[in-house]
Design a protein. Structure first.
Length: 338
C-alpha cells in the first residue's frame, strides 16, 4: 500500500492534472506525477480487460496504475509531445482526457483508479554503465533503487533493512560512485542520516575494520568535503574489502525476501543456460583464488523493454592497493569481457 501524500505535494501536483481536487483519491495525485514527467503511456496487459499505465518501474518493483472497467475513445500515439491532461468526476466514475501536444487527443472513462505493485529480488541485479570500481557503483545503484521505491510507494514497500539502505543513497561518500553517466544522473541533496551511519559503523566493527569505524565516527561529528573524499577512497582499498563485501551481502539478504522474476518456459530454459555458464566461469576463477560476485540483468515481466537477460561475473584483481575488478558478461550467444 502506498503512503499518503502531504498537503504541499498535493497542491503542487494539481498543476499537472486539470480538474484534480482535494477530495479525490490519492492515486489521482500520483497519476499527476506521471504527467509532470510527461511519461503517461496506457497499455494492455495479457489476461486483463483493464487499462494500465506504468508508475514506477525498476529492478525492485513494477508498479502500475489500473483504470478499472475502462472505455477508451481515440487512440494513444507514441509520439514526442507535451502531454496536457485533465480529469472529470462523473456520476458513475471518472474521465481522463489527454491532449498530446495538439496532435492527438484521447479519453479514458473508468470506474476506479488503483495502483498495483509487484516486488522483486534485486539483490544480484547489476548494470555496468560506468567503468571503474563497478562493485561500488552497483551498491550506489541499488541504494537509489530502494530510495525510489520508498519515495513513490512509501515505507510499507520496504523491509526494515531497506529503510536503512535507502538512506545511504544520499550519503556523500557513496554518491562519489555514480552508477550512471553524468547526463542521466538525477541529483538529490546530500544527507547524513544517523541510522545509516550507525549501520556503517556497526558493519565496520563486525568485520574488525577499526580504521573505517573511526573515520565514519569523525565524519558524522563534523562532515566536510575532505573527510568525505577520504572515506570514499577508503571504500575501494583492499584493506577495507571485508567491510564492502559485508554491505553487498547484507543488501542481497534484504532483497532475498522478495521473489525473483519469472518468465515463460522457453525464456526460463535460456536463462538457466546462461546462469549455468556464468556459474562455471565464476567457479573457475574462485578455484584460482579470486574473489567474485555474480550479477544479472533481466527485462521487466509486465512491460516489454529492450533489456535481454544476461549475467555478469565480477572478478576482483589480486594486485595493487586498490581493489579493482574485471567484468565478464555472459549472454545467450557469447561471453565477453568489459
Amino acid at each position: 500500500m502506498e503512503s499518503e501524500m502531504d498537503f504541499d505535494d498535493k497542491k503542487f501536483y494539481m498543476n499537472y492534472l486539470d480538474g484534480l481536487t482535494d477530495d479525490m483519491p490519492d492515486e489521482f495525485f500520483r497519476l499527476a506525477q506521471v504527467f509532470e514527467l510527461n511519461l503517461f503511456e496506457p497499455v494492455r496487459i495479457d489476461g486483463s480487460s483493464d487499462i494500465y499505465a506504468a508508475y514506477i518501474m525498476n529492478d525492485a518493483v513494477e508498479s502500475f496504475f489500473v483504470f478499472e472497467q475502462p472505455v477508451i475513445t481515440g487512440t494513444y500515439k507514441d509520439i514526442e509531445s507535451e502531454q496536457i491532461a485533465g480529469v472529470e468526476k462523473l456520476d458513475d466514475g471518472y474521465m481522463l482526457i489527454v491532449n498530446q501536444g495538439g496532435e492527438n487527443v484521447f479519453t479514458i472513462k473508468f470506474v476506479k483508479l488503483s495502483i498495483t505493485s509487484t516486488y522483486f529480488n534485486y539483490g544480484c541485479m547489476g548494470h555496468f554503465w560506468v567503468k571503474g570500481y563497478e562493485y561500488l557503483r552497483q551498491l550506489e545503484y541499488q541504494f537509489a533503487v530502494i530510495r525510489d521505491k520508498y519515495r513513490f510507494l512509501g515505507s510499507s514497500s520496504c523491509n526494515e533493512k531497506e529503510l536503512v539502505f535507502m538512506r545511504l543513497a544520499d550519503f556523500p561518500p557513496v554518491k562519489k560512485y555514480r552508477s550512471v553517466p553524468k547526463a542521466y544522473y538525477v541529483p538529490y541533496p546530500d544527507s547524513i542520516y544517523p541510522e545509516a551511519v550507525s549501520y556503517l559503523m556497526e558493519t565496520a566493527r563486525s568485520v574488525g575494520d577499526r580504521n573505517m569505524e573511526r573515520m565514519l565516527k569523525i565524519y558524522q561529528k563534523k562532515p566536510d568535503r575532505l573527510k568525505c573524499n577520504i572515506i570514499a577512497s577508503m571504500f575501494h582499498k583492499k584493506s577495507h574489502g571485508r567491510f564492502i563485501d559485508k554491505i553487498i551481502n547484507d543488501m542481497r539478504d534484504a532483497a532475498s525476501s522478495y521473489d525473483r522474476r519469472k518468465f515463460d518456459k522457453e525464456e526460463e530454459i535460456q536463462n538457466r543456460k546462461i546462469h549455468e555458464k556464468a556459474l562455471k566461469i565464476m567457479n573457475s576463477f574462485k578455484q584460482k583464488g579470486y574473489e567474485c560476485f555474480l550479477y544479472r540483468e533481466e527485462p521487466f515481466v509486465y512491460l516489454k523493454d529492450t533489456i535481454t537477460y544476461k549475467e555478469h561475473v565480477l572478478v576482483f584483481k589480486n594486485h595493487g592497493l586498490n581493489r579493482k575488478c574485471d567484468i565478464y558478461t555472459i549472454t545467450n550467444d557469447e561471453m565477453f569481457y568489459k
